[in-house]
Design a protein. Structure first.
Length: 202
């Protein structure tokens, strides 16, 4: 998960970054925050999942940047952060996720973070587990495969491997209950078949 904060006011960027970190550190296992405060060139917006974007940048029009973001990623979450409240309607052309008013920042930012959490939970399949005594979540799409041995589950991802104590059946029931849609049943059946083949060979 890549979060980008785009604003030429460095003090405001830090304020947003601190709040984003506090709100998302217990939600995403692997995420990064990039701050862009100048040189708003197109290549900086080719990648990203969530954008906090000022509209009234000194060098660029934030709505034009959002249009470029949409071209690269139609599913990106774009949140405008602006002192120009009269631009709310103009911003609708890029279908922003939310509009944070700088003169009502604390309240709007709190609402935006809550809505993002709800959106991620609803639209991205999440697996939650206890890692070293801490409740941890990651997107199912980040998992390459799961490995079960005795009472230990290993989650293999492109970033790292994560181990936690659980049984295969408990892990499977957790996936079924919280992350898998009916169309994913084949994935569960495949995991079960692989496990049975593995056990029979032992």
């Amino acid at each position: 998960m890549l979060i980008k904060i785009v604003d030429d006011d460095q003090a405001f960027v830090k304020k947003i970054k601190d709040i984003v970190y506090d709100n998302f550190k217990d939600i995403f296992l692997d995420y990064s925050i990039e701050c862009i405060t100048s040189n708003f060139e197109a290549q900086y917006f080719e990648k990203g999942d969530i954008f906090f974007l000022d509209i009234d940048l000194k060098e660029k029009n934030g709505i034009k940047i959002a249009e470029k973001i949409r071209e690269n990623n139609s599913n990106a979450i774009i949140i405008f952060v602006s002192a120009m409240n009269d631009m709310i309607f103009d911003s609708l052309i890029v279908q922003p996720f939310y509009f944070i008013r700088k003169d009502n920042f604390d309240r709007d930012m709190k609402i935006a973070c809550t809505l993002i959490q709800k959106y991620i939970n609803k639209n991205h399949k999440i697996i939650t587990f206890d890692l070293n005594g801490k409740k941890t979540s990651m997107q199912l799409s980040d998992i390459i495969y799961l490995e079960s041995f005795l009472h230990e589950i290993t989650i293999h991802t492109p970033f790292d491997d994560y181990k936690y104590s659980s049984t295969f059946n408990k892990m499977m029931s957790g996936l079924t209950a919280t992350t898998m849609m009916p169309t994913d049943c084949s994935v569960l059946r495949t995991l079960t078949i692989i496990r049975h083949l593995y056990i029979s060979k032992i």
